[in-house]
Design a protein around this ligand. Sequence first.
Ligand code: NAP
Ligand code: GDD
Length: 348
Amino acid sequence: MPKALISGITGQDGSYLSAFLLDKGYQVHGLLRRASTLNTDRIDHLYKDPHDPAARLFLHYGDLTDGSSLSRILRKVEPDEIYNLGAQSHVRVSFEQAEYTADVVATGTLRLLESVRDYQVTTGKRCKIYQAGSSEMFGAANPPQNESTEFYPRSPYAVSKVAAHWYCKNYREAYGMFVTNGILFNHESPMRGETFVTRKITRALGRIKAGLQDTLFLGNLDAKRDWGFAGDYVEAMWMMLQKNKPDDYVVATGEAYSVRDFLDEASGVIGLDWSKHVKIDPRYFRPTEVDFLLGDSSKARKALGWKPRVSFKELVRMMVEHDVELARQERTLVTAGHSVALRGVANA
Ligand code: NAP
Ligand code: GDD
């Protein structure tokens, strides 16, 4: 049974990737950050008690800021494939927590590479590494962006991802390690964190429809993104590690829409006029913005045989319908006298 180790298993992509790999017959191990509250909501449906002989998903306390935990987990798990998805992944927050973002995203990747290098030398075993690179690395570069486009990062997050990208390339060249950089454009789902713009919008629309909220505060509505479905993108990650040689691949739909377009499409699903509810709050603007991301993923399509299955329209509908149902459940709780969390977080 092949074994995979995932950092960031409790995130959006971690949950889709875990489900995908379990389905393929893998034993899946994940790094779990210690928190005072449980942070496993997105993978609870996949988890079985480790005493159950059928259990194939295992969690290990560890952190990308703690190199010794990485080394220990590697020796214990002996993975065939490692997916490095762990990150402080919010661009706006990276301006507030720049050093921490660099520590997790850039130095965290370096710690993982060093641990794997030591592990391979001392045990003689080999493993393949997937690095979760981002279209944010292209930043201000003109669209469409592909593997040959020069990086022009516009946030501490993006700068850290560029550093991680180059660490990975360097370890590939210096030590012959199998390290592949995926450069993924924005991908979304009903599991998306609620402070990313797509989910922030669909959550708010659901609540507005349910009478739980009236106003949605947003920032720049003109930014354009190439939005795909997370479920499609984790398949590309796996496909990259099935190749014989490591490489760099852009993964994108090849279509871009503005935040305003997303609002139009999403509110159209429930027949709501968003202009009556949306207000612009400058706190959501970024000190430096990325205006236009549009990916050219011809290399991945040709070399991996990958293509997205879910269209923009289908993605928006999937998210809106999910969040309308969630808000309906919240409405029931509120009517029964319970309180529900309003997760509007400052500056995100
Ligand atoms: P996400 O939902 O924000 O999940 C991030 C994951 O990283 C969570 O499991 C989080 O744990 C974990 N994490 C945070 N700090 C960590 C640390 N110090 N040590 C170990 N783990 C840590 O992100 P995502 O959308 O799934 O994205 C997955 C990866 O792809 C990230 O590296 C992201 O930067 C990159 N990426 C995402 C996109 C996109 O559009 N989604 C596009 C390109 C690249 P907690 O649950 O405990 O917070
Ligand atoms: N979050 C947020 N909140 N974004 C807003 C808002 C708001 O209220 N209003 C407008 N936006 C705009 C942002 O300024 C940005 O231009 C765009 O919506 C998308 O923002 P996010 O959804 O936060 O995503 P992102 O593109 O900055 O970053 C995501 O995609 C990257 C790949 O390109 C994250 O998932 C990154 O981790 C990922 O690397």
